[in-house]
Ligand binder design. Structure first.
Ligand code: FES
Length: 162
């Protein structure tokens, strides 16, 4: 990627924020997750071009950064809707009925896991344990945790997200 393309991919604000994050860690690649979060906050997801530009800024390979981005469930490597609904499918939530909750969510918003509604309002994704097993079955919308969630709770929860 040429220098011009590199600049076009990341805004000056993104570069400044990433540089700020990198200044607080002993080596630049240690700022990888924070850098991914900074760019995702601005753009909603992390494209291949963003991976290349962030990796170059942090002095690491695109493959290294891509493997970090892929490992973290909350970094999205494909476009998502305005809100991301994540229904936990790990053990405690499974025992407490997350399958029923997921089906109720699917029915409410009209898409299957991995899909985005036609109006771009919601993307539905599975996620591993949210660390809220005492609130199973649990789900997260963007950065807000809900649980235990019953199907009847869904309309009131979903209407908070336009
Ligand atoms: S298993 Fe669902 S929050 Fe832990």
């Amino acid at each position: 990627m040429s220098e011009v393309e590199f600049i076009e991919v990341l805004s000056n604000e993104e570069i400044d924020l990433i540089e700020e994050a990198a200044s607080h860690v002993p080596d630049r690649p240690s700022a990888a997750i924070e850098a991914l979060q900074i760019v995702q906050e601005k753009r909603g997801w992390i494209s291949d071009q963003s991976i290349g530009a962030i990796a170059r800024l942090l002095g690491m390979s695109a493959a290294e950064l891509d493997s970090i981005a892929t490992f973290y469930n909350l970094i999205f490597r494909q476009p998502v809707g305005r809100h991301v609904v994540m229904v936990c499918d790990s053990v405690s939530c499974y025992v407490m009925g997350c399958d029923n909750l997921r089906v109720a969510v699917e029915d409410s918003i009209g898409v299957k896991p991995g899909e985005t509604t036609a109006d771009d309002r919601f993307t539905l994704l599975p996620i591993v344990c949210l660390g809220a097993c005492d609130r199973a079955p649990a789900m997260m919308i963007d950065d807000q945790l809900f649980g235990p969630v019953k199907a009847d709770d869904l309309p009131g929860i979903l209407e908070q997200f336009e």
